[in-house]
Design a binder for this molecule. Structure first.
Ligand code: MG
Length: 377
């Protein structure tokens, strides 16, 4: 398929930090996707919470299935807009690699633990995983991904952090936009989680069809489905509604983005980065409906007392692990202790805390629980 002139490509890429011979049977962005798939952090996504703690039920989304759903939506949009589908897929699969165990509760608590030591942010951590933490290759640390893949992973960043990051952080200082593939991933992520959280929330019985009728996006599709199939089972009903909501959002996004691209008329990726505004986005009306659904989930699902209870437990586990490891290094595997020795010599207590944060962030939910039980003895 021909790429649009403003898509990211091997030809206009800024390339890899460490020079390597090109792949034989794939393009450079397929190679990136494959490196993500083969990473240890990617496999661990299977046992990390999206909203529901992993062991609560086998039916719910995990970070892994979430990432695959994001990739499905992202690729559809990219292909329709003649963008680089392989790059989009690579970023989608990598976008949550830095997530801690226990979803947002885990990330918030680890951030609190790291307050004096530079904080913790899952988005920056995803970049850190692919740039530094993966130990796979003889010649370099990390996965040595293409600049555009890393640009897509680093969705947001404070100016202070951007300065520390060098070339990859520069766009935040220059106030440039990311490439269109990165813009696609950002919204594909939102479309995926809003919709699958409705599905998981309904299945868990934490939210109901009646409650969801307050959201226009849901109620419109529900009316259509109920009219056509009045006797449909709950299971089929919810899926028929959700697939239509995804379709409405994706179709609107493609049409609206096409219109934006047409009016801003970029002829290269350089024009996209310098456009001063994002080109990929929902129309005003559908964006408002999407926001309404997001607010609904925030209020009724993410802050549901059952979810909050899990979150509180999760926070305790993270805090206990961090404090325990900080005060008693012997609780950590030898390799981690060795790394702490090196980082502490270079950066003092901050270096030590960072290694511990990396170690905790890399844990799966169940490993974090097991470690908590072990060191509590
Ligand atoms: Mg995500």
């Amino acid at each position: 398929m021909t790429l649009a002139c403003y898509a990211a490509s091997e030809e206009n890429s800024i390339g890899r930090e460490y020079q390597e011979p090109g792949p034989l049977h794939r393009n450079q962005f397929q190679r990136d996707r494959d490196r993500v798939v083969h990473s240890s952090a990617f496999r661990r996504l299977e046992y990390k919470t999206q909203v529901f703690v992993n062991h609560v039920g086998d039916m719910f989304r995990t970070r892994l299935t979430h990432s695959i759903e994001v990739a499905q939506i992202g690729r559809t949009i990219s292909r329709a807009l003649q963008l680089n589908e392989d790059l989009t897929e690579a970023v989608c699969l990598a976008h949550d690699l830095g997530h801690t165990p226990f979803g947002h509760a885990g990330q918030d608590e680890l951030n609190r633990c790291m307050k004096e030591f530079g904080g913790f942010e899952h988005n920056l951590q995803s970049l850190r995983v692919v740039d530094v933490l993966e130990e796979k290759y003889a010649e370099f640390s990390g996965l040595n991904l293409m600049y555009e893949t890393r640009e897509g992973i680093l969705k947001h960043c404070s100016r202070a952090k951007a300065k520390e990051l060098g070339k990859i952080g520069q766009r935040f200082l220059d106030r440039l936009q990311p490439g269109l593939e990165a813009q696609v991933v950002d919204i594909a992520d939102q479309i995926a989680y809003n919709n699958h959280d409705v599905d998981d929330g309904l299945r868990a019985g934490l939210i109901t069809f009646v409650q969801l009728e307050s959201c226009e996006l849901f109620s419109k599709e529900q009316a259509l489905v109920r009219k056509k199939w009045p006797a449909l089972s709950t299971k089929r009903m919810s899926h028929e509604i959700i697939r239509r909501m995804i379709n409405t959002l994706v179709s609107d996004l493609i049409a609206n983005s096409q219109a934006n691209i047409k009016s801003l008329n970029p002829s290269t990726i350089h024009d996209v980065r310098n456009a001063g505004e994002l080109m990929i986005g929902l129309s005003e009306n559908v964006a408002a409906q999407n926001q309404e659904l997001k607010r609904f989930l925030n209020k009724h699902l993410y802050q549901h007392e059952k979810v909050e209870k899990m979150s509180e437990e999760a926070k305790q586990v993270i805090r206990y692990l961090f404090d325990g490891f900080m005060s008693t290094l012997e609780l950590l595997p030898e390799e981690v202790q060795k790394n702490i020795g090196m980082q502490e010599a270079e950066q003092g207590k901050q270096g030590k805390a960072r290694v511990i944060a990396d170690y905790i962030a890399g844990m799966t939910d169940r490993f974090a629980f097991a470690e908590f039980e072990r060191i509590r003895q």
